[in-house]
Every structure is written in structure tokens, then in C-alpha cells.
Unconditional design. Structure first.
Length: 284
């Protein structure tokens, strides 16, 4: 398959939607034309900038924009754009945060009120009931995607081609590397690094370049990275640690922990991100 993630197909669909809305603008009233052109611009820019990445910005509530544009189109000319109310079912299929979903639900209810004068009471009630059923099914599907993508991110590399993994993988790797250190008599060290949020991905890439192919790097949260370093002795580990720190940004805070001192439990991940890593020293 030439494009595994169907980016070209999705881009083509967005451009087609932009063209369709653009053709709809000549006969639209001024207020509706303005919202239509804003929608065309958003679809066009999204199509141009669209690209696959495991670094999906989950913290950005971008689903607010299409929701606001949709309710704006219906509010500008409900007699002309009332049919667009069915697009809410498609919008709710997008994974989104709870407060964003609450905003879109409120906007969908407002849209149904705006189109009410254009319909008879039985037709409006049938539309509301049908739309509510479709939206509930769409939200259920979106939740399935959120759960599925969360499970995938825990098992796959966050960036194709780099040994960068989710923090959940670290918990599984700690016990394996502790067993290897005990069996082969090597020295293992867990390096926890705290960086600025905007420096996370460049630092993660640099960290992957500074470590061996068999040493993974982990993203614990938006400002914390970790890596497991295996060396022949504690002296070699110290030399590698100094070289690594010298190659990273000056404001990086690093905490080395002897691997055998790290408990391989799920709570370790929260401990590493919420407290200074040095506090783990000496824990049973």
C-alpha cells in the first residue's frame, strides 16, 4: 500500500469539501458568505498542512473550530444551511476532550433550535430524535477510538524510526533490564530528564541519537523524558552520563538513578513524573 495512513485520500476529501463550500458562496447572504469563506480557508489550510505523525497534539482542542464554524453557518442562514445540522453526527465521531464535547453538544442543541422555525413540529421532533441517536452512536465510536489509540501508543514507538516509546513501556522494560544486569554483571542506570515543554521533542530526538540502538528513550509526560543506559561499569556509566548532559540544552535537569534501585511497579511512572527522581534512591 503506497500510503499506509491514507493521508492523500483525506487531503483530497478536505479539498473537495473546501471547493464545494466555495461554490456555495456566490448566492449566500453577506453574513453567511463570511462564515463560508472562513470554513473554506480552514479546510484548505488543514489539507495543505495535514501529515501523519505519532506526535498528535492531544492537548489542543482543535475540534472547537469546526464546531464553531458549523453553528455559525447554521445561525447565519438557517433557512439555507439547515441541512448542515446532520454534520454534527460526523463531528462527534472525532475524538475530543470532555469539555470540547460539551461545547459541541451545546452548539448542536442551539442549531436544532435555530432550524425549528423552518420545520413543522412533528418533523422537528423526528429530526432531533434521529440526530440525538446518531450523535450518541458517534460519541461511542469516538470513545472506542480513544481507548484503542491509547492502547496502541503504549506499545508502539511515538516517532517512526526513533527508539522513543511511551512511559508505560518503561515499566515493562525496567524488570527486563534489571534481570539482564544481574545475569551479565553490567551496570544499569535510569536517567530522568526534565525539560521545557517546547524542548521535549527536539531533546527526545537528540537523546535517541546519543544512546545505543538497544537503549530506549521514554516520554513520561509533556516535560519529562527517561532513558535506560547500560554500561560495563559505574565509571563508564558516569562518563556516558557526563557526555550526554553536555550535549543537551543547559536548562535540562537530569537525575541519574541506579537501575537496581528502581521498583518495577506501575506506581514508579507516577513517582518519576511527580517527584524529584533522586527521591527514589534507596527505596526498597
Amino acid at each position: 500500500m503506497q500510503n499506509k495512513y491514507k493521508i492523500r485520500l483525506l487531503r483530497a476529501n478536505l479539498l473537495a469539501a473546501a471547493v464545494a463550500l466555495a461554490l456555495w458562496t456566490p448566492s449566500a447572504p453577506p453574513s453567511a458568505a463570511l462564515v463560508l469563506w472562513l470554513s473554506v480557508g480552514w479546510l484548505f489550510i488543514t489539507a495543505l498542512l495535514l501529515d501523519f505523525s505519532h506526535r498528535y497534539p492531544r492537548g489542543r482542542p482543535w475540534q472547537l473550530l469546526p464546531g464553531a464554524l458549523l453553528v455559525g453557518l447554521i445561525a447565519a442562514a438557517p433557512e439555507r444551511h439547515g441541512l448542515l445540522i446532520w454534520a454534527w453526527a460526523a463531528l462527534f465521531m472525532l475524538p475530543q476532550m470532555s469539555w470540547v464535547a460539551a461545547f459541541n453538544i451545546s452548539a448542536a442543541l442551539l442549531s436544532s433550535v435555530l432550524v425549528a422555525p423552518q420545520l413543522s413540529t412533528p418533523a422537528w421532533l423526528l429530526m432531533v430524535i434521529s440526530l440525538a441517536i446518531l450523535c450518541v452512536l458517534a460519541l461511542a465510536r469516538a470513545q472506542q477510538l480513544i481507548d484503542m489509540n491509547g492502547a496502541i501508543r503504549q506499545r508502539l514507538r511515538l516517532v517512526p524510526g526513533l527508539n522513543l516509546w511511551a512511559g508505560e513501556q518503561l515499566v515493562r522494560d525496567i524488570q527486563r533490564e534489571q534481570t539482564r544486569c544481574a545475569r551479565e554483571g553490567i551496570y544499569g542506570e535510569l536517567i530522568v530528564l526534565h525539560v521545557k515543554r517546547h524542548q521535549l521533542w527536539p531533546t527526545a530526538k537528540k537523546l535517541c541519537e546519543l544512546t545505543h540502538d538497544f537503549e530506549n528513550v521514554y516520554r513520561l509526560d509533556g516535560t519529562t523524558l527517561a532513558t535506560l543506559m547500560l554500561s560495563r561499569s559505574a565509571l563508564e556509566a558516569h562518563e556516558r552520563y557526563q557526555s550526554l548532559i553536555n550535549a543537551l540544552p543547559d536548562n535540562t535537569i537530569a537525575n541519574p538513578i541506579e537501575l537496581m534501585d528502581v521498583p518495577p511497579t506501575p506506581s514508579t511512572l507516577q513517582t518519576l513524573t511527580r517527584r524529584e527522581a533522586g527521591e527514589l534512591r534507596g527505596q526498597p
